[in-house]
Design a protein around this ligand. Structure first.
Ligand code: G3P
Length: 217
């Protein structure tokens, strides 16, 4: 399963990238606004830091304008992936940009029917939002399962990029269901390493080692 970092925080991306935990990055207008950075500049810096796809989202809502914006974003770096909202205009822009060889990530997906349309429009990635469905008392993981089944039924090549990840349980469940990618806030990825028994075991090892009076260095 590929790990994308859902952030524009260069320091946090670099920290995880140095551990080999970054296969790509996703951003959206809210993440860019939170960064306080110039959009094109921060995307350029992220693309230079990581090898994998970096999602940069259009802000137009009309297909022709989305296509124009997508071409501008695509020109920023070879690993830019143009992010498009799951609307009919977004799907039309996806079809055009994908046919030009641009990687596309269709976002704000909340139903299997929407994901079916994105695959038929040639999307490289589909971003179903788990956490926002859970927030509504619905079952975000059920959507991931439905999309996995539909895509496998017909051999669609669109990759399931599970998004709106809220906790480590979402990441485990996505791995069990077979999502191709998860995109997660950096702190949730870091939390995957944490277990109380690991902490206890390490403390016990070091306490016993100290009794030997030895040192490796
Ligand atoms: O990539 C989509 C993601 O940023 C949305 O997450 O937490 O705003 O639902 P969230």
């Amino acid at each position: 399963m590929k790990f994308f970092v859902d952030s524009a925080d260069l320091e946090q991306i670099a920290y995880l990238n140095d551990i080999g935990l970054v296969d790509g990055v996703t951003t959206n207008p809210s993440i860019i606004a939170k960064s306080g950075r110039d959009f094109i500049e921060v995307i350029k810096e992220i693309c230079a830091m990581v090898e994998g796809p970096v999602s940069a989202e259009v802000t137009a809502t009309d297909a022709d304008e989305m296509i124009k914006e997508g071409r501008i974003l695509r020109a920023v770096a070879d690993n830019v992936c143009v992010k498009l909202p799951l609307t009919m205009d977004g799907l039309k822009a996806c079809k055009v940009l994908s046919s030009e060889g641009t990687k596309t990530n269709v976002t704000l997906c909340f139903s299997a029917n929407q994901a079916l349309l994105a695959a038929k429009a040639g999307a490289s990635f589909i971003s179903p939002f788990i956490g926002r469905l859970d927030d509504q008392g619905l079952d975000g993981m059920e959507l991931i399962e439905e999309i996995r089944t539909i895509y496998d039924n017909y051999g669609f090549e669109t990759e399931i990029l599970a998004a709106s990840i809220r906790n480590v349980g979402h990441i485990k469940d996505c791995a069990l269901v077979g999502a191709d990618v998860i995109t997660s806030p950096p702190d949730v990825i870091a939390k995957l390493s944490q277990h109380v028994l690991t902490d206890k075991g390490l403390a016990a090892f070091l306490k016993d080692w100290e009794k030997t009076g030895q040192s490796i260095l």
